[in-house]
Ligand binder design. Structure first.
Ligand SMILES: [Zn+2]
Length: 394
């Protein structure tokens, strides 16, 4: 949809300025315009050639075709010469998102937002300290923005850091995390992996109490599983996304439950690979979920286990999504809009529309032709600030 940049009254002001011999009003301070780019908006629209994006301060104020957008006089204009404009990517499953080096590497690599899926710790005593770090880092555009899940909730001896002993305590701890300012709640239903089994797990009543408390506050719940039987339980209980794809075959009814409840899947092939899980099973699971109309979001579980993880765009995840039959456009939506939805920040970022934060990735060639083109980054804009550019003279 084309949006006219200048309100009518501004035209009248210009006319009056001319009449009285003054200079025409300059664009407001900090107006940045990207022109002559191929726009992929992250909302699923057809790519728009020769697009213009107008940014004022930290937000996008107009996006559209060049003949529909007026470039404000005095704006700083960057000619992209046909390069491709995308929303900044979002990795919806990471850890160690309180480390400034990680945050800087993500943002520089085109990942302008990350969802921290749990502070890795043996205790759960420092939530306020971590959330204060999140708030401070989120003020700085050179760092990836963080949506934080606080501590992963489980039972004593279970997989996670925040322990609850009853449905009442599950509710109270959930509310305490929300009061402290987490962006979402994370729970686990994990029997054990990498040699361990038989871990104690949350009861159905505890899971229900957590989900009810979070939803009362309008916050989402992300549920960790690695096995099909626990995916089925958390899907039936109504979490908002499943963190990790199961490594064993998932029943068709479980996928149907997820689709009917609009539960997203964040596969995290990278960590499953690192633990030696059978990736072909994981890919087949994703294929079956997609076949029923399921929606995926990008996430690698950075730091969630041994081995290598990519800082920047997690290309291994993208390659495995592609292997499961997702189209390049579906993968871009999973990495932008859908990842913003599971992070609970889709009102602020994830698509390139007027009013949202200017979190923008520019690549030289079209990723719809070849997803490897995502590696050729030309520019990253985060919250309206250019934090990386191969296009501008120093
Ligand atoms: Zn994780």
């Amino acid at each position: 949809m084309a949006i006219k940049m200048l309100p009518k009254w501004l035209g009248i002001v210009s006319f009056l300025a001319l009449l009285y011999g003054c200079a025409a009003p300059a664009a407001p301070q900090n107006t940045l315009v990207l022109r002559n780019g191929l726009l992929i908006d992250g909302a699923g629209a057809e790519p728009l050639p020769n697009a213009v994006v107008v940014i004022q301060g930290e937000r996008i104020t107009a996006v559209g075709a060049s003949d529909a957008i007026e470039i404000p006089p005095g704006a700083r204009v960057i000619d992209l010469q046909g390069a491709v404009i995308l929303p900044g990517f979002i990795n919806a499953h990471v850890h160690y998102a309180y480390d400034k080096k990680n945050l800087q590497a993500w943002a520089y690599g085109g990942v302008t937002t990350v969802r921290d899926e749990g502070i890795i710790s043996s205790s759960a005593n420092d939530l306020k300290k971590y959330l204060a770090q999140r708030d401070a880092n989120n003020q700085n555009p050179k760092y990836a923005r963080v949506a934080a899940a606080g501590y992963m909730i489980t039972v004593p001896g279970g997989y996670g850091s925040l322990f609850v002993n009853s449905p009442e305590e599950a509710r109270q701890q959930t509310l305490a995390e929300l009061d402290a300012g987490v962006d979402l709640i994370k729970i686990s239903l994990e029997d054990g992996y990498a040699g361990t089994t038989g871990l104690p797990k949350l009861s159905d009543e505890e899971i229900g109490a957590i989900i009810t408390a979070a939803h009362e506050r309008g916050k989402r719940v992300s549920g960790h599983i690695t096995q099909a039987r626990y995916l089925q339980i958390l899907a039936a209980a109504g979490v908002d996304d499943i963190a990790h794809i199961a490594y064993d075959p998932v029943a068709a009814e479980a996928w149907a439950t997820m689709v009917s409840k609009n539960i997203y899947l964040v596969p995290t092939f990278t960590v499953l690979r690192n633990y030696g899980a059978p990736i072909a099973n994981c890919t087949a699971n994703l294929e079956n979920f997609l076949a029923q109309g399921g929606q995926a979001a990008l996430g690698s579980d950075y730091g969630g286990g041994p081995g290598d993880f990519e800082l920047g765009i997690p290309m291994y995840e993208i390659e495995q999504m592609s292997a499961a039959g997702m189209s390049p456009m579906q993968i871009i939506l999973a990495s932008t809009r859908n990842a913003a939805i599971v992070s609970g920040i889709e009102q602020e970022t994830g698509t390139l529309v007027a009013g949202k934060l200017a979190d923008i990735l520019v690549v030289a060639q079209n990723p719809l032709d070849d997803l490897q083109n995502l590696r050729a980054i030309q520019m990253v804009i985060h919250g309206g600030t250019i934090i990386r550019s191969e296009l501008l003279q120093p």
